[in-house]
Design a protein. Structure first.
Length: 239
């Protein structure tokens, strides 16, 4: 909320005070004053998951200040670009496209060199062929007869391309994905991606804090729907 100069439609604290004084206090004192300062996640991690949630939920008023805060918290321009690209696949093309013009305005204010942003032919990270073969076999057996096109595109576009793009570290890409699934209420998809996030270096304490943080951006009902899934994943990993 501190970067009001970037877009006129973003409410100021005075605007919020004029409509919902209690919400202004909750926002200033609790969300920004306490939650964002908790040590379980770094400010950079908090910015990554907040951007993912804001874009997934198409929260236009929140996007510009969250973009500026992400930049201040060390999220690189190339990483912001790649977050939007990644979310096109996990939150839908429309939500990603809705983020383009607000982000373009912020990039222009920072004079971002677009030649340095990730391209479609950027270098890919090495793939774990055994793990990918197991994933592909499972999906083929489960859904190949239902939609061969979805199964093929999942392999070709997601797991042999998007997930290997080097513009986002695997842990960051997992953070974006898990945050998007929580924000969209897609609890059935969380177990695979939460396990992947933990395999990619996210700790259980950090994963738990993702829920705490996103309660304010995705709403408590989405968090409580996710809690059972997180609990099961944590328990299964201890076995």
């Amino acid at each position: 909320m501190s970067n009001q100069k970037f877009i006129s439609t973003t409410p100021t604290f005075d605007d919020i005070q004029a409509v919902a004084p209690a919400l202004k206090d909750f926002t200033k004192d609790d969300l920004l004053g306490k939650v964002w300062g908790k040590k379980e996640l770094s400010p950079r991690d908090r910015s990554i998951i907040t951007l993912a949630a804001v874009i997934t939920r198409n929260l236009q008023a929140e996007l510009p200040p969250m973009l500026v805060l992400a930049i201040e918290n060390g999220v690189k321009f190339a990483e912001i670009s790649e977050i939007i690209t990644h979310l096109a696949f996990y939150a839908g093309w429309g939500n990603a496209m809705s983020a383009i013009l607000p982000t373009k305005k912020i990039f222009e204010k920072y004079q971002v060199d677009t030649a340095l942003l990730p391209k479609s032919d950027d270098e890919l990270l090495p793939i774990d062929e055994n793990a990918e073969a197991q994933r592909a076999e499972f999906v083929e057996e489960a859904f190949g007869c239902t939609s061969a096109g979805v199964v093929k595109n999942t392999t070709d576009y997601l797991f042999r391309n998007l997930w290997l793009r080097s513009a986002l570290a695997p842990r960051d890409r997992s953070l974006v994905t898990v945050a998007a699934l929580i924000a969209a209420g897609q609890v059935a998809q969380i177990p695979y991606h939460l396990n992947r996030a933990l395999d990619n270096g996210l700790t259980q304490v950090q994963a738990s804090e993702v829920l705490t943080h996103l309660a304010f951006y995705a709403g408590w009902p989405n968090i409580f729907s996710s809690l059972t899934v997180f609990k099961e994943v944590f328990a299964n990993r201890k076995k």
